[in-house]
Ligand binder design. Structure first.
Ligand code: C2E
Ligand code: CA
Ligand code: CA
Length: 744
């Protein structure tokens, strides 16, 4: 696009311009195609117009001696401004036929056509002139040098106008489609890159430029403009402040543009102001092309469209910030980590072998206690300090994210992310709220090549290893072990099956009699749950009770067991075993359930059983875990009339102090302690425990008694009660009734 500075259309121009100097090969020209079967016409025309400049450009002539030849030239050159066309050539209508080909077949619309004939009777119909957009019609005799020039000037001016309008249309189209395209770009940087390219396209120049942005702060302050996208030799400047640009036109023009908030046009470059609601944005492109009025209007339109696009994009950016950033810590969140892992996840088995990326996950030990005891603010502060430490530690090439409350993840290659590096920043106390604080972490490490699936599977695996690792040992890094993850998956599967088993009555209760060691009388029974799965396989409680406890299912299952046990006891009382009691194992999860006390009294009421016949067995380790809370509950249970036994005694760390405080009636010596009776040391332990129990006024129940030696030894120590295979295996209700009939 170049400025049209030739306004005159009279012959004087011709005279002046015709005297102009020689043609510069680099200058733009107007191409004129002469089509005529008379050699003389060609030479006469070129001679008449030699050294002529029209509408600011010299002419370049092309020649065709027939319609056929012309067709060939025209199919190769679409940029011909004017055709001087002879009507009569190989046929009387050859010229007019060619016009039809040019417009309809070759679809050349911009090129102007001047028809020339030798005779007035060869003139075309007026319809032809109109339909084929013919510029002029002249008799060859009329075409003097001056007339030829005038006719050509009008045609070229018209050609130029058409081209400008066409270019304008194309540019408008481009602006509309660029905005649509640009909006699909991810993020402002890609968008800005697109703007440079589209703008260069619009100006038909090679992309050479940059875009800078300065964000407006909340208080109206503004940060220094930074370069967010660039093309051509500016590419290396991305991410740098504009002030770092070497002194020169680009810098000057850009800063001026941002200052006056308006476009700046200079001979070697233009800066367009792309302001917006939350930022100032400007685009600079190097361009030697002259910018005319139409260009300016188009650029104006382009800029205002781009500005709106950018505002929308800011909004999208902010939304995606929310979706991908942790607001408290300004760290990537789980979503962001997912995407990041997916980038590095091996896509094939062959890639698997060479993939060296690992996902580390860290979880603060006892964070909920920190939060509960020192407050939420302190908790937040802790997280901030921890995240800063992690960012510092893994600033070089690893990716740090927050995936859950107090759980962080680090993704990187194995030389950058490993067990030692994960816990290193926390070897020494951190400064939290001006105080030194030691924070301990448990962590897990999962190589991506071991993960079956994508990012979400990787996170799941790392979480599983972390969770299971926490149960095993805190404060260390647990490495991925497929068996561990399978176990967890198995657990989940089992939980599902356990729920079904409970709902489909696949659980049942067995009873093991308890004996008075002194007189061999049956004093009671212990209820123990069993699960027979759909394949008829018996599953023992130690394989599913912990799962039921973890999932909370134990609350429902536990009340059901209690109901079964009380029903059986009621039946036993009816059958004559009226002074016998029933022991039921109660898990701590049940105990702390708020409905527990009501449930207990309801069941005994329903069956008309005095609670004194129901003995609740609670494991020592669990009771001690939260002693004070347990004590309160124990008191309530005792107040209802139930008796309490401390189960698994001798397996944990008992303190006489604790036991003294508990309102319990019995100690149940664990079977592992009883098994120890074969050694002198083991014997001593049993002896000590029984003496202590006597001292504390507690009855002792020996569990897992399997042989006569054990019976004799326990009896010698005046142990009161015992149960075990020596007398009977746990039996289901019917088998028990039968067994008791025989025992009598
Ligand atoms: P526990 O309370 O210590 O139960 C005693 C375990 O010893 C029972 O295992 C019983 O079958 C087994 N046993 C009985 N006599 C002998 C013997 O002479 N030798 C040996 N070696 N073992 C004997 P079981 O039924 O597999 O139960 C395992 C654990 O599961 C129980 O330990 C208890 O902690 C838990 N459990 C069982 N039923 C329930 C229940 O209904 N609710 C709750 N919360 N836990 C239960
Ligand atoms: Ca028990
Ligand atoms: Ca036990």
């Amino acid at each position: 696009m170049s400025k049209d500075d030739s306004d005159g259309d009279d012959l004087m121009d011709f005279v002046e311009e015709a005297t102009g100097g020689s043609v510069d090969p680099d200058r733009a020209v107007w191409r004129v195609l002469i089509i005529d079967d008379e050699k003389d016409v060609h030479s006469a025309t070129t001679f008449a117009l030699r050294n002529t400049e029209v509408v600011g450009r010299p002419l370049e002539f092309m020649h065709a001696n027939s319609a056929r030849e012309a067709r060939e030239v025209l199919s190769k050159h679409k940029d011909i401004a004017v055709i001087l066309l002879d009507v009569v050539m190989e046929t009387p209508n050859a010229g007019l036929d060619l016009v039809a080909v040019i417009r309809d077949e070759l679809k050349i619309r911009d090129t102007r056509i001047i028809l020339r004939t030798g005779q007035p009777n060869q003139a075309p119909e007026i319809e032809v002139i109109r339909d084929y957009d013919i510029n002029d019609y002249k008799l060859k005799s009329e075409l003097t040098q001056a007339r030829l020039f005038a006719s050509l000037t009008t045609a070229i001016r018209s050609y130029k106008q058409i081209q400008t309008i066409e270019a304008g249309k194309r540019s408008l189209n481009m602006i509309v489609s660029s905005c649509a395209q640009l909006l699909t770009q991810k993020g402002i940087n890609d968008f800005a890159q697109g703007v440079i390219l589209h703008l260069s396209g619009l100006l038909s120049i090679t992309p050479e430029g940059l875009i800078c942005v300065s964000r407006k702060g909340r208080e109206g302050d503004q940060d220094d403009p930074r370069i967010i996208a660039a093309a051509g030799h500016y590419v290396e400047l991305i991410d740098q402040p504009v002030t770092d640009l070497i002194e020169g036109e680009a810098k000057r023009v850009l800063l001026e543009c941002l200052k006056i908030k308006h476009h700046v046009y200079r001979p070697h470059g233009i800066a367009l102001y792309l302001g917006g609601q939350e930022r100032d944005m400007a685009c600079y492109v190097s361009s030697n092309a002259e910018i005319n009025e139409i260009d300016e209007q188009l650029l104006e339109l382009f800029c205002s469209n781009i500005s709106i696009c950018a505002d929308n994009l800011d909004r999208v950016d902010r939304l995606s910030d929310y979706a991908y950033k942790d607001v408290l810590l300004n760290l990537p969140n789980r979503n962001a980590l997912l995407d990041e892992i997916d980038k590095f996840m091996p896509k094939s088995t062959s890639e698997r072998g060479s993939n060296d990326f690992v996902l580390g996950m860290l979880d603060i030990d006892g964070f909920s206690e920190i939060n509960a005891s020192l407050g939420q603010d302190y908790g937040d502060e802790t997280l901030k300090v921890v995240s800063k430490k992690l960012e510092q530690q893994f600033s070089d090439g690893a990716y740090v994210a927050r995936v859950a409350n107090d759980t962080f993840a680090v993704l990187g290659e194995s030389n950058k992310v490993n067990a030692e590096l994960l816990l290193e920043p926390f070897k020494y106390p951190l400064i939290i709220a001006q105080e030194e604080q030691t924070i301990s972490f448990t962590a897990s490490l999962v190589p991506l090549c071991d993960v079956d699936g994508g990012g979400s599977e990787a996170i799941k695996d790392a979480m599983t290893v972390l969770k299971m690792g926490k149960e095993k040992q805190r404060g260390v890094v647990h490495s991925y072990d497929p068996a561990m993850v399978n176990e967890a998956i198995g657990r989940l599967d089992m939980l599902h099956q356990l729920r079904q088993a409970y709902e489909h009555n696949q659980l049942f209760v067995v009873y093991q009699p308890k004996f008075n060691l002194q007189d061999n009388r049956i004093t009671g029974f212990e209820a123990l749950v069993r699960w027979r799965d759909s394949k008829g396989q018996l599953i023992l409680p130690e394989n599913f009770i912990p799962l039921a406890e973890k999932s909370g299912l134990i609350v429902k299952v536990g009340s059901w067991i209690l109901k079964q046990a009380v029903a059986t006891l009621s039946e036993l009382h009816n059958r004559g075993w009226s002074d016998c009691h029933m022991s039921v194992n109660i898990s701590v999860v049940q105990l702390i359930n708020p409905g527990m006390i009501d449930m207990l009294s309801k069941i005994t009421d329903d069956f008309g059983i005095d609670p004194k016949f129901i003995d609740l067995e609670v494991t020592e380790s669990l009771a001690v875990k939260d002693l004070n809370a347990s004590l309160v509950l124990f008191e309530k249970i005792k107040a209802l009339g139930f008796t309490l036994s401390l189960d698994d005694f001798g397996t944990g760390f008992s303190s006489i102090n604790h036991i003294q405080k508990m309102p319990i009636d019995r100690l149940k010596l664990d079977k592992t302690v009883i098994q120890g009776a074969s050694s002198p040391d083991g014997k001593d332990i049993i002896k000590m425990i029984i003496e202590m129990a006597e001292h504390l006024n507690l009855e002792v129940v020996a569990e897992g008694v399997e042989n006569g030696d054990q019976v004799e030894f326990l009896r010698s120590l005046r142990c009161s009660l015992a149960q075990g295979f020596h007398w009977a295996n746990p039996l289901d209700a019917h088998a028990l009734y039968q067994w008791l009939e025989e025992y009598k």
